[in-house]
Design a protein around this ligand. Structure first.
Ligand SMILES: [Zn+2]
Length: 83
């Protein structure tokens, strides 16, 4: 099947114009992904952290799944509260 880029798809829109629009949409989505990646780069990866409340100093927040001590008072983590 031969593809004629100047073929009219609908109204006054040719296949060529439709492809340009599609390319622009894909480009915009890619740009958005890159911007998102840059923007959220410094956020901690919550998938590898657990919510923790220190029973010694009441510090609360996300700590590494593999962390064993409170980041504030260095109290050993004995329980992990998951929210
Ligand atoms: Zn603590």
């Amino acid at each position: 099947m031969d593809l004629d880029l100047d073929m009219i798809l609908f109204g006054e829109t040719s296949l060529r114009q439709a492809l340009y629009v599609a390319a622009a949409v894909v480009g915009a989505l890619l740009a958005l992904r890159i911007v998102k990646r840059l923007f959220f780069k410094k956020k901690p990866v919550l998938a590898h952290t657990v919510y923790f409340v220190c029973e010694n100093c009441d510090w609360e927040g996300h700590v590494s799944k593999f962390g064993t001590r409170c980041p504030k008072c260095n109290h050993p983590i004995s329980r992990v509260a998951t929210h």
